[in-house]
Design a protein around this ligand. Structure first.
Ligand code: ZN
Length: 279
């Protein structure tokens, strides 16, 4: 069984691999370590012919708080195996910043989305911003009744997270509401909108997700792979990937603007207004 610093790799039933983000003290926030551990764990599951279905879970109490804004504990890209074909991560200005986000967010998500086996997200508690990206790259989402979803980054003058699947996941009008308001969307609401496949009581989440995985694992692996690719190719033919790449440029424009005006990649003024004591 492979071992990782911030991810647990489990085989809870025959033909099922369960990858558990295991930074509960950081609410499973995604830093470099978690990113590259997740990538290695997904690769292991993808390349193990015994594994037919993969579950992506997060250690309690929350699925994911999104990207770890506290940094990477002094580690840099030099400490990890770069997955893409690009570089320049340490370069100044937008060049290095964009290369970094392309590697660890956009292209890594794209890579995971294309794993040739069904992947099920098992979501409980909070799923915020970058956490949405992790759920969205999965093929199915099972959520507990208490799960809540939010992308608040417009408040920091950034037009949504890097893997911009919002309109595809919940439709353009609700995507705008999610982005403009920064409000929490409940599991029931996301189920109604078609983003979540099943909503179950918290105590039944792991069991229900595993039961779904076992049901799917009864099918031939090649049939599952082709069915997954059939749907993904259909979505790509509708322009999803082209749109995501275009929006990634807008995302980088936002970071560049904020760096020029505020000296940081996210506009801090909304937060300081919100934190100002009421008069
Ligand atoms: Zn970004």
């Amino acid at each position: 069984m492979p071992a990782f610093e911030s991810v647990l790799y489990e085989t809870p039933a025959p033909h099922i691999a369960r990858i558990v983000m295991n930074r509960p003290e950081a609410r499973n926030a995604q830093n470099y370590q978690l990113t590259y551990d997740l990538n290695a764990a997904f690769d292991h599951a993808a390349q193990d012919d015994e594994v037919k279905v993969i579950i992506l879970a997060g250690s309690d109490p929350h699925f994911s708080a999104g990207h770890d804004l506290r940094g990477n504990g002094g580690k840099t890209h030099a400490d990890y195996p770069v997955v893409g074909t690009w570089g320049g991560f340490a370069l100044k200005g937008a060049e290095g910043f964009m290369a970094n986000e392309e590697e660890i967010y956009l292209q890594m998500c794209r890579r995971w989305r294309n794993i040739p086996k069904p992947v099920i997200a098992q979501v409980q508690g909070k799923c915020i911003a970058g956490g949405l990206m992790l759920a969205w790259v999965c093929d199915l989402i099972v959520a507990s009744e208490d799960a809540q979803f939010q992308d608040p980054v417009v408040a920091w003058a950034v037009p949504g997270v890097e893997y911009f699947a919002h309109p595809w996941e919940i439709g353009p009008r609700k995507a705008k509401e999610l982005l403009f308001t920064g409000d929490w969307f409940s599991a029931a609401e996301m189920h109604r909108l078609g983003m979540v496949n099943q909503v179950v009581p918290r105590e039944e989440l792991a069991g229900s997700t595993l039961a779904l995985a076992e049901k799917i694992a009864q099918k031939p692996s090649f049939g599952l792979k082709l069915a997954k690719e059939a749907v993904n190719q259909s979505v790509d033919a509708q322009g999803q990937w082209s749109a995501m790449q275009a929006v990634f440029s807008l995302h980088q424009l936002a970071h560049s603007h904020n760096l020029q005006v505020f000296g940081v990649p996210m506009d801090p003024s909304y937060q300081s207004v919100a934190q100002r004591p009421k008069e």
